[in-house]
Design a protein around this ligand. Structure first.
Ligand SMILES: NC(=O)c1ccc[n+]([C@@H]2O[C@H](COP(=O)([O-])OP(=O)(O)OC[C@H]3O[C@@H](n4cnc5c(N)ncnc54)[C@H](OP(=O)(O)O)[C@@H]3O)[C@@H](O)[C@H]2O)c1
Length: 284
């Protein structure tokens, strides 16, 4: 599996585990904690979460699962990379610091490695950037970034004094949602802003796509693995599929080592044509 180097030098794995829709029901908690622990045992080290998911429930499940692994000696805290996100409604100078403190407590860590603004809201960007920079200086977060930012938002961010300290932008990217290839991805490449692809399996829908299934059958792979290998074909893109089931976690882990041939890539381009003009940023 590739590592992606964030600006500033930190190397992160190109495949992580998403946690949306985890931590929503108390009755599922032990099963979800066990799934996090199994992911660590499989080899996952990058975990994506947000204060929004399950109203903090996903961060709690993740914190418990990772904490159990650390206590059992299965992983060292410093080898894990935890990504979380602040809601736009909490993105003010004081709000970011307070939201981050709550997330740290739920996650049971002393530092969030990468802290993102979940999407743009009413708070002026410079306030959020100032708050992120303060948390970085205090060592409470390792680095900060944004999510659901299109080129115009990134330009606005870059115009701010410390805006270019942003190291990542998490956006919807999959074979079926290729709009960012037209402008956002090249813009970010020029500035070494890592693209984190959410919904790389189209929230599960691409696992049933006929073209992807046909390509997979020829190599004893699943459609989901083809979809994931396609996102990961680019050395500077990080993918964070969410998978709770044992089979899905293992399938996705194996997909990170699949290289698609030119013919396979051409078949995917035919089924999912690359963008020829600007498209609105896809969002869930
Ligand atoms: N920044 C943002 O605004 C934003 C928005 C959306 C998502 N995200 C992040 O990105 C992560 C991924 O996005 P997502 O969860 O919406 O969608 P996704 O990862 O594309 O799809 C997740 C769904 O696909 C299923 N799945 C996973 N691996 C599979 C496989 N190999 N074969 C068949 N089905 C498979 C999962 O099932 P099981 O769980 O049952 O295994 C789950 O139902 C989220 O969890 C979240 O961390 C961020």
């Amino acid at each position: 599996m590739n590592d992606v180097t964030l600006r500033g030098g930190r190397r992160v794995p190109s495949l992580g585990l998403g946690t949306w829709r985890i931590g929503e029901r108390a009755g599922q908690r032990s099963q979800e904690v066990a799934a996090i622990r199994r992911a660590v045992q499989i080899g996952y080290r990058l975990f994506d979460t947000a204060e929004m998911y399950g109203d903090g429930g996903a961060e709690e499940v993740l914190g418990q699962g990772l904490g159990d692994c650390i206590a059992a000696g299965e992983v060292r805290c410093e080898d894990l990379l935890v990504v979380s996100k602040v809601l736009p409604g909490n993105a003010s100078r004081r709000g970011v610091a307070q939201a981050c403190a709550r997330s740290l407590e739920r996650l049971r860590v002393e530092r969030i490695d990468l802290y993102l603004l979940h999407w743009r809201g009413a708070v002026p960007l410079d306030e959020t950037v100032e708050a992120m920079e303060r948390l970085s200086a205090e060592g409470v977060i390792g680095a900060w970034g944004v999510s659901n930012f299109d080129v115009a938002d990134m330009e606005e961010l870059w115009a701010l004094a410390a805006g270019s300290a942003c190291v990542a932008n998490q956006v919807y990217y999959s074979v079926a949602e290729r709009g960012i290839e037209f402008d956002l991805l090249p813009w970010e490449r020029q500035r070494q802003v890592a693209a984190m692809a959410y919904c790389p399996i189209g929230q599960g829908a691409l696992a049933a796509h006929r073209t992807l299934a046909r390509l997979g059958e020829a190599r004893d792979l699943t459609a989901a693995q083809i979809a994931l290998a396609w996102v990961l074909r680019q050395p500077d893109v990080i993918a964070i599929p969410k998978a709770l089931s044992d089979a899905h976690q293992r399938e996705n882990w194996a997909a990170a080592n699949v290289t698609l041939s030119k013919a396979e890539l051409a078949a995917i381009d035919a089924a999912f044509p690359p963008p020829r003009r600007k498209r609105a940023l896809a969002m869930t």
